[in-house]
Design a protein around this ligand. Structure first.
Ligand SMILES: *Cc1c(COP(=O)(O)O)cnc(C)c1O
Length: 362
């Protein structure tokens, strides 16, 4: 089998999604499964659907198109505010989209067909993480504006925290969101259907709170695929953390001086990190680099430790390992590493736990 390869175990992905769907159902929160880290692969979307998600979301219109062509019947949500230049594709491919700009909504309305079911709009509210979102005090006016736009239906509000500045989705932020929902409902004179409280970073709050307020949906990607909580970078108990693994091949194992020698300048990827130890140590080279993965986000097996990486080489301390040339090693991945591996043309994607005909990401 070719290396490097990214192996995704769909049985574990489905189990993770089912665990989250069931726990959140106790809080009356539905799950939109986010497929962007899997490039909208229909087989991954299908695993989410079997687990009971109520919709699928992705940040890229191309990925939504793949899901749709793959036969997904659940509503699809574009979770990144559309480019003005893609509103036509958005109304074709997505049932709903998330927004923060009046000009984009105007264009979306113009592109929406009057004959079709109105396109659902979720307005994103800025609550302090400083990525996408309308300031809280401007949401009412934009909601009233959307209500008057033909071809669109204001489905609800959403927010996104943690992704840009690491601001925690805590009780106070979620209470603020519910408060803004009530204000918008007073302004438009009707209830809103959807309150989308965030991504996997909101799970710590959602699974423990005694008051979800108006939040009735989360958009989950990382927690389903990796079993981790992005806010604390910790495993979520009950979830598989090895559903996605990167397999790569060792191309050199040599005993070398622990420390480099000669006059030192910068290396290709900045100042080299200090190496541990003295004397002679075993070093392993793996055919894997920045072109394949984010080397800072990989976890090698026990006995091996990452010393550094360049475009095409991962350098490992192998003093406590009997790894040999030609061996394949399995690396754990964080979200950044998963996304890089998934988008690298050099990494073969292998789906396990599915029928052969759907076993491809590309
Ligand atoms: C990526 C993304 C998500 C999913 O986040 P995870 O941390 O992968 O669960 C949710 N909402 C928006 C707007 C996103 O961009």
């Amino acid at each position: 089998m070719s290396a490097p390869r990214l192996e995704v175990d769909l049985t574990k992905v489905e189990a993770n999604a089912r665990w989250l769907v069931e726990r959140l159902a106790r809080h009356a929160i539905a799950v939109t499964g986010v497929t962007k880290a899997a490039l909208g692969a229909p087989a991954v979307g299908a695993a989410f659907v079997r687990a009971g998600v109520t919709g699928l979301g992705d940040s890229r219109v191309q990925n939504l198109a793949r899901l749709r062509e793959g036969g997904t019947r659940l509503p699809l949500t574009l979770i990144r505010s559309p480019m003005l230049s893609e509103v036509g594709a958005v109304v074709r491919e997505a049932a709903r989209s998330m927004h923060s700009e009046g000009a984009v909504l105007d264009a979306l309305s113009a592109a929406a067909s009057p004959e079709r079911t109105p396109h659902g709009v979720i307005l994103m509210v800025e609550l302090g993480d400083l990525r996408e979102g309308v300031p809280a005090e401007a949401v009412d006016a934009l909601a009233v504006h959307v209500e008057a736009l033909p071809g669109l239906h204001l489905a609800g509000l959403g927010t996104n925290l943690a992704c840009q500045s690491g601001i925690a989705p805590d009780q106070s932020k979620m209470d603020q969101l519910s408060e803004i929902v009530r204000a918008v409902e007073r302004a438009i004179g009707r209830p809103l259907d959807v309150v989308s409280g965030g991504g996997s970073a909101a799970l710590g709050w959602a699974l423990t709170t005694t008051d979800v307020g108006r939040v009735n949906e989360l958009r989950l990607g990382e927690s389903i695929l990796l079993g981790t909580d992005p806010l604390h970078r910790t495993p979520i108990e009950g979830l598989h953390t090895d559903a996605c693994r990167l397999v790569a091949e060792v191309i050199e194992v040599q005993s070398k001086p622990a420390q480099p020698w000669g006059t030192q300048g910068h290396s290709t990827f900045g100042t080299p990190a200090a190496r541990p130890g003295r004397g002679t140590r075993r070093q392993a080279l793996v055919a894997l680099g920045h072109q394949d993965v984010d080397p800072a986000g990989v976890t090698p097996p026990p006995g091996l430790a990452v010393l550094g990486a360049s475009s095409d080489h991962l350098v490992l301390d192998a003093d406590a390992s009997d790894v040999a040339v030609g061996d394949c090693i399995e690396l754990g991945l964080d979200y950044g590493a998963l996304v890089r591996a998934m988008t690298s043309p050099f990494v073969t994607k292998v789906l396990r736990g599915t029928t052969p005909q759907s076993a491809s990401i590309h």
